[in-house]
Design a protein around this ligand. Structure first.
Ligand code: SF4
Length: 64
């Protein structure tokens, strides 16, 4: 199972990942990103991969 790695220094709180995979990514009121699951379950893989691609500052990656 792959894991999501967030580069918190890069993340600017755009929220596109949250829009793409709201069941995994959540921004709090301060614009800080939280993961509801770090490990990517098979049924969430395509949504998480899409969120990784959509991040405008490349702050997300998947670690096998
Ligand atoms: S899309 Fe990228 S910059 Fe925006 S909240 Fe998600 S990780 Fe952060």
């Amino acid at each position: 199972m792959s894991r999501i790695v967030v580069d918190v220094e890069r993340c600017e709180g755009h929220g596109l990942c949250e829009q793409t995979a709201p069941e995994v990514f959540r921004l709090d009121d301060d614009g800080e990103l939280h993961l509801t699951h770090e490990e990517v379950a098979p049924e969430r893989e395509s949504a998480v991969a899409a969120a990784v691609r959509v991040c405008p500052v490349a702050a997300l990656r998947l670690q096998p």
